[in-house]
Design a protein around this ligand. Structure first.
Ligand code: SAH
Ligand code: SF4
Ligand code: F3S
Length: 485
């Protein structure tokens, strides 16, 4: 292994700057020196693999982590037999956790074969004490553990591990700090997510996110715009503004602070950045969806014709117990207003089935909203009890059998509604951002409409990253087959 002696380590540490990001850039360089020596000994590159389990915000963090690792000298690979394997975890539903434990078991065998292998875990699961305890006790082959608030510290933690070979855990309970300007390795050259805020203040009673991501912190307008100008200069033409509740962007800045601008104002400024042709955002909360936002979208063709508006439930009493702060009626009014002002916008949603106390008739309310709102698509989730959330201690947890029955009933309506909505686009011509070669048929390309729907059409790789006009010939449910016009 590559451990260095204590005296040398102390000498290096005494030179480390205390300011960020200078401190991390310093550790990136120190790790690079240690690992390049090791690579020379082994006469091969050292490789890394970062796997993301969660939402777009986690994916964005993974790009930062991969940026740090590549700067250190690791060569990214897709497979998990790499020298550095990092899982960026999610804990929004139990299923996500189970997947991580399963994969960690497999990694143990890979590590037995490659003693150079370093395994690291980060992300939302690591903000839960009982998880970290379990991993430290039962998964000792995990070498570095850190949380959602210190993603930027990867190089410093790796340096420590490289020096000592002692497993390292560093979780911060919270932070008011946002460290900018570290390297980042984007997954696509032509589109990327941009964090505009971190954390969540809403405390929906089923949701763990506010506990693992902390309170809302908006990034400063200038920092966001600078990042977007930079990526645009590197060829990005589509950005997605990310936050758990994007329409409360900016409200944590004091009155009078020039950073205190509303989300619609920010959208407007982002769309003016040279080179940016399409702007998406995720996720707005129905309780804060303003008329100003609707008007901004209506008059700005660069803003994507897609609004993801999580419903969660269509029953007002369930919504109250979920702490969502809207009713069945107010949600439907909002949807009507969106359809009226923005007839070409696709509305998608998230729905939870099996919240404590939910009856079949409550699910019928949800089904009623699905039909009336005519969602273009809906992600349906089975309620997952999350330790530490209020709903975990609610009475009347619904039986698995009942949930399954209701879930299937809802899913059927969701699919029928989505198909009907999609079919309305048949025969139209629309702009597509070409994203990749089709996975099943390499003579086809896959692209995305402004309303987020996927289209497959004959074409070649040279089109990737550009806009083309495509005729939407045949609706296949959630996607279209088409041809370039
Ligand atoms: N901030 C976004 C959603 C973030 S989590 C919002 O307010 O909608 C993404 C989705 O996961 C949620 O919309 C919800 O449908 C689902 N979800 C969150 N907690 C869950 C739980 N405990 N069980 C099942 N689904 C959950
Ligand atoms: Fe979770 Fe609600 Fe916050 Fe969304 S708004 S992240 S569902 S607490
Ligand atoms: Fe999962 Fe964390 Fe996102 S819990 S959904 S990765 S904020």
């Amino acid at each position: 292994m590559y451990y260095i002696d204590e005296e040398l380590k102390q000498n290096i540490l005494s030179e480390a700057p205390s300011d960020e990001p200078a401190r991390q850039l310093f550790f990136i360089e120190e790790c690079r020196k240690i690992l390049s020596e090791r690579a020379e000994e082994l006469k091969r590159h050292l490789t890394c693999c970062v796997n993301t389990f969660g939402c777009q915000m986690n994916a964005k963090d993974s790009e930062k982590l991969l940026g740090i690792l590549t700067q250190i000298g690791y060569v990214p690979v897709e497979t998990e037999d790499a020298d550095f394997v990092l899982y960026n975890t999610c804990t929004v539903r139990e299923h996500a956790n189970v997947r991580v434990y399963g994969r960690l078991g497999v990694l143990k065998h890979s590590k037995d074969k490659n003693p150079d292998m370093i395994i690291a875990l980060c992300g939302c699961m690591m903000q839960e004490e009982q998880v970290v305890e379990k991993i430290r006790k039962s998964y000792r082959h995990v070498n570095i553990i850190f949380g959602t608030h210190n993603v930027y510290m990867l190089a410093e933690l790796l340096f420590d591990y490289l020096c000592t070979g002692i497993n390292r855990t560093e979780i911060l309970k919270g932070t008011d700090r946002i460290v900018e300007e570290l390297p980042s390795e984007r997954k696509y050259p032509f589109k990327c997510g941009i964090n505009i805020m971190y954390g969540c203040n809403n405390f929906c009673s089923y949701c763990i996110v506010p506990y693992v991501r902390g309170r809302e912190r908006s990034r400063r307008r200038e920092d966001i715009l600078r990042e977007i100008r930079n990526v645009a200069a590197q060829g990005v033409i589509e950005v997605m503004l990310l936050g758990q509740n994007v329409n409360s962007y900016g409200l944590d800045f004091k009155e009078g602070d020039p950073n205190r601008i509303s989300f619609p104002e920010l959208l407007e400024e982002v769309s003016k950045v040279k080179g940016i042709e399409r702007v998406r955002f995720m996720t707005p909360h129905p309780k804060d969806f303003s008329d100003e936002l609707l008007e901004t979208i209506a008059k700005n063709p660069k803003i994507a014709r897609h609004i993801h508006l999580p419903l969660q439930s269509g029953n007002t009493e369930i919504l109250r117990r979920m702490n969502r702060k809207y009713t069945k009626e107010s949600y439907l009014e909002l949807v009507d207003k969106i359809h009226e002002k923005l007839p070409d916008v696709a509305i998608t949603t998230d729905i939870i089935v099996g919240f404590p106390g939910e009856t079949e008739s409550d699910v019928d309310d949800t089904i009623d909203v699905v039909k009336k709102a005519a969602f273009d698509n809906a992600f349906t989730f089975i309620y997952s009890k999350r330790t530490g959330t209020p709903a975990a201690s609610f009475e009347n947890q619904v039986s698995e059998e009942e949930v399954k029955k209701n879930f299937d009933k809802l899913l059927k309506v969701v699919q029928e509604t989505a198909r009907k909505q999609s079919e309305k686009m048949t025969g139209k011509i629309d702009k597509v951002l070409v994203e990749s070669v089709n996975e099943q048929d390499s003579s086809l390309m896959t692209g995305r409409l402004s309303n987020n729907m996927l289209v497959h059409f004959p074409g070649d790789e040279s089109l990737i990253g550009s806009f083309v006009d495509v005729s939407l010939d045949e609706c296949k449910g959630f996607y279209f087959m088409g041809h370039i016009v």
